[in-house]
Design a protein around this ligand. Sequence first.
Ligand code: DI6
Ligand code: FE
Length: 415
Amino acid sequence: MPEREREAWDILFTDARLATMAAAGVPYGAREGIALAVKDGAIAWIGPTDDLLHRNARELLPLEGRWVTPGLIDCHTHLVYGGDRAAEFELRLTGATYEEIARAGGGIAATVAATRAASEDDLLQTARPRLEALLREGVTTVEIKSGYGLTLEAETKMLRVARRLGGDYPVTVRTSFLGAHAVPPEYAEDRAGYLEAVIAMLPVLAESGLADAVDAFCEGIAFTPEETARLFTTARELGLPVKLHADQLSNLGGAALAARFGALSADHLEYTDEDGVAAMAEAGTVAVLLPGAFYVLRETQLPPVEALRRHAVPMALATDCNPGSAPLTSPLLTMNLACTLFRLTPEEALAGFTRNAAAALGMGESHGTLEVGKAADLAIWDIERPGELAYRMGFNPLTFAVQAGKRRELPTIEC
Ligand code: DI6
Ligand code: FE
């Protein structure tokens, strides 16, 4: 027995069923009767419980057959924002469309006004319950976008809040700068001027380390492919990875554009065509599907799931948590929506919140599967089979989660 194995582990789980989600030729990469050891924040050992040579661990946790999956990764959220858009929800129910509301100065612009008016502490406080809802369902990594500030000051305020959430909670936070989300009202007559302003923010953000990636909304109501390409050219020059809200409401060739810049992911994709999918496959760009927004906007155009499968483009899923098109803080419900609306299999849905979500954030080497050496980010579920995670609606079978090797207790909120 190698010396390392005799050292005390931090946590030793026994009698677990694992959905490793590592490509293994078995559904879910499943293994039964397994022990999993955690040491220094990483997975140190995985093997049959019967093969354990010692049980020398600070914490010994017999799981009695419970399932362990990688901690869930929500790779596309806008969960820091001011105000809410419940009134817009009611408006849409009387017939107004998302695009009409946006063009009339509501929608994203309304959230921009509320976000600008909010203090950094206000934004932090209002984001907390949304983040806590994600954590209660086993999320151990979350991506958070800016994009409701649209000035350097307000965008950095949002990004600082995202970083503070990562410090306050046992969760890994990845940030994306989404200055190119909408043209703010003060630039209504000068789109080119706003784009220049956003491009000028990039070096400042790169320098400050506040943004892990750069995102944009390429759409009729937002930025053109040419504008997006200008932004991405500078982002790549600065060494910032890119990702794109692409082809959500119309096909502007956003997926192919994202691929051309080696984007980590192209997200939404309802209107993406076969050429776009082929370009993503070639570039290794992950498809992030967002069934919550599809559902809320009552879209009818389905993302090209068959083509994504045929071209072996990894499919991730995310909540898209935002106040307009997806007031959603449930990864489990998102999985159900993806299966029901997009016909993903429950295994694809779980891969979408684990392995493929890690890839969409450029974290595939260290996160997203249960393998020795990877981060000890785990979700432990009281279920009989992993397909149950996508099957139920509004039911949470999480027993507990482990993040960076630590069993997670949510901090209590001080009032
Ligand atoms: N697409 C979306 O789904 C969110 N942003 C985007 O570009 C929606 C943002 C909102 O409606 O506030
Ligand atoms: Fe989004």
